[in-house]
Design a binder for this molecule. Sequence first.
Ligand SMILES: C[S@@+](CC[C@H](N)C(=O)[O-])C[C@H]1O[C@@H](n2cnc3c(N)ncnc32)[C@H](O)[C@@H]1O
Length: 232
Amino acid sequence: MEEILKQGLGSLGLDTAAVPQLTEFARRLLEKNKVMNLTAITEPKDVATLHLLDSAWLLTAADCRGKALVDVGTGAGFPGMPMGILEPTAQLTLLDSLGKRIDFLQETARALHLQNITCVHARAEEFAGQHREGFDLAVSRAVAALPMLCELAMPLVKTEGLFLAMKSVESDGEIESARGAIGQLGGKIEKILDYTVPCTEVRHRLVVIRKVRPTPSQFPRPFAKIKKSPLK
Ligand SMILES: C[S@@+](CC[C@H](N)C(=O)[O-])C[C@H]1O[C@@H](n2cnc3c(N)ncnc32)[C@H](O)[C@@H]1O
């Protein structure tokens, strides 16, 4: 795993000094996964590429130095935990509605002495009540279809900030169907970046959404409403 991480981070122009911390995070993840459902990816080389390097790639897409970031629906910590490990000047808030996953992340952040990582057990749409426009960037992977996901994430982003949504390369239809929602929430798609996960041939996509004006105060709606009638 160390070798793959060194090679992958090197190919992205990122510092390899954090490889021991990333490896320890992966070790704890796989250990805890034996007793708790954290990840379906269990081969160490796949954890290195499809989890850690996929997350690391985001640092090449946006300048996160000194910024406040929130990872919406972080699950077992992706992409937020590797980003926080690799960019210690960024303040990462890892947000998830499942308390057990947040407990695992909290324990791990403490054990790895990651003082720039805060783990929060909350639903994104409720967290927005106290933390509206509190972050320079929001990031998210594998949480919901883009129209719903944008309503969860965009209220948390400052005007002029970014929402980085990790999607599959087959998301053209999903992106088109989200354009109306993104506009209503104060955003604009700035670019769509397709990339190869380092050390693999797997292609993934990042949708970069710029918040160009404040999100109207009626958003986010309660989750039942977001789900029942996603913005169009
Ligand atoms: C499929 S997992 C993806 C986890 C991680 N982002 C990844 O890519 O491995 C989706 C996660 O989003 C969380 N989630 C779903 N809806 C949420 C919400 N409204 N607020 C906070 N977390 C949410 C779930 O609890 C779950 O841990």
